[in-house]
Design a protein around this ligand. Structure first.
Ligand code: HEC
Length: 111
């Protein structure tokens, strides 16, 4: 019985570490790239529901890129949104935004 509980505990621990690693990548992208214009990641992520983020981030973040590329105010971000780095890593960003969407019940530990 003791062994069984220990196995369950270790499995849960490893599982949540993997989850955090994926979200962490997205959070890092946010801090490196979006924060200068949008401020703290949790307030932006928490400004939309999870389903809305999923829609914005469909097809490697196509809709999110369009919002920026069609706005002169967002000109400073054009280089990033046109870059392959953006489409390549869009799923990490989606992980982060969806995970902390307004209806997720999650709050990141730090910024
Ligand atoms: C150079 C500044 C800048 C950067 C960098 C930037 N944004 Fe934006 N973003 C804007 C501006 C300006 C708008 C408003 C566009 C408009 O409506 O005219 C906007 C709009 C948005 C919207 C839509 C807001 C709404 O209420 O519908 C989201 C979501 C968003 N940005 C997320 C991001 C994410 C995620 C990143 C990082 C990958 C990012 N932005 C990087 C300036 C920026």
């Amino acid at each position: 019985m003791g062994t069984f509980n220990a196995t369950v505990a270790v499995t849960l621990l490893v599982g949540s570490t993997f989850l955090n690693a994926a979200t962490y990548k997205g959070q890092k992208i946010y801090i490196d790239t979006c924060k200068i214009c949008h401020g703290g990641g949790q307030s932006l992520a928490g400004s939309k529901k999870q389903r809305v983020w999923e829609k914005l981030m469909e097809n490697n973040g196509e809709a999110l890129a369009d919002i920026h590329l069609s706005s002169k105010k967002a000109q400073g971000s054009w280089e990033y949104f046109k870059d392959r780095r953006y489409t390549k890593n869009a799923h990490h960003l989606e992980d982060f935004l969806v995970r902390y969407g307004s209806d997720s019940g999650n709050v990141p530990a730090c910024d």
